[in-house]
Design a protein around this ligand. Sequence first.
Ligand SMILES: C[C@@](CO)(OP(=O)(O)O)[C@H](O)COP(=O)(O)OP(=O)(O)OC[C@H]1O[C@@H](n2ccc(N)nc2=O)[C@H](O)[C@@H]1O
Ligand SMILES: Nc1ncnc2c1ncn2[C@@H]1O[C@H](COP(=O)(O)OP(=O)(O)O)[C@@H](O)[C@H]1O
Length: 268
Amino acid sequence: MIQFPNAKINLGLHITEKRKDGFHEIETCLFPIPLCDALEMIPAPKTTFKNTGLQVPGNEKQNLIFKALKLLRKDFNDLPHVSMHLHKAIPMGAGLGGGSSDAAFALKIMNMLFNLHLEDWFLEDYAAELGSDCPFFIQNKPQLAKGRGEILEEVEVNLKGRWLVLVQPKIHISTQEAYAGIIPKSPAHPLKEILMDPKSWKEKLVNNFEESIFKKHPQIGAIKENLYQQGAFYAAMSGSGSTVFGLFDQEPSISNWPEDYFTYKNQL
Ligand SMILES: C[C@@](CO)(OP(=O)(O)O)[C@H](O)COP(=O)(O)OP(=O)(O)OC[C@H]1O[C@@H](n2ccc(N)nc2=O)[C@H](O)[C@@H]1O
Ligand SMILES: Nc1ncnc2c1ncn2[C@@H]1O[C@H](COP(=O)(O)OP(=O)(O)O)[C@@H](O)[C@H]1O
């Protein structure tokens, strides 16, 4: 069975509290976008893993897909062997949630492949063990994420027909380090209300990671400026970066970025 784990962007991200368990309380809208990896899982005599496209760092046992398999095997110890092939296209350490998406799709594929009949809420519990962003990809629709990111509520955000541009400089940001540089604060406006009116986003929708990350990497802040100059009605860094996204009413050009930047454009 083959599936296409997609990336996400964050529409607003408030970091409101540091918790005792090392995580932070957040509020963000996780929004699925069409940039995808490809993941194939087939029952086989032996469990194997192949990675083509972008190379995921570390050995295969450290890959979140392998961890998803291991997690299910704890409860379903007679799970058959699988041959896995991940074609990686979503940049990593980029705030696009690619690893979390791969892991969530691995859980969904195995649920179907092996007729486990697990409901979404059950899969979301497994996903939460693999990463804070991971449960969102089970239902994979615009959702407000609270807690450490695993408490989900469906939210109406209409961006149909708008153009999405992603620009990622070759900077890898560790999520853990990004959180370590944050002083939590209360949001100025409730996120749910702002989300209903995309025209107010430029003024009101904020990502609390931007201040510290832009200070450390001014070229990321410069991308945001540039997207606004090109006519975006909204531009922001996604999650902990380093990707910056722009949303446009009309199709923009993406030809003027440095050659070593990752760029992507699609209509939503
Ligand atoms: C920042 C966000 C925004 O959507 O995404 P990315 O930019 O990574 O894509 C997420 O909160 C990332 O979620 P995810 O990437 O799944 O993080 P995890 O693997 O669970 O945690 C990695 C590390 O980040 C920190 N962490 C994560 C989530 C959270 N609410 N508070 C934290 O402090 C912890 O130090 C943790 O050890
Ligand atoms: N299947 C996978 N795809 C991407 N990254 C993975 C995967 N498995 C493990 N990782 C690890 O997770 C890290 C974060 O990846 P990713 O989720 O894509 O970025 P981000 O947290 O910025 O959204 C990678 O740098 C990599 O070390």
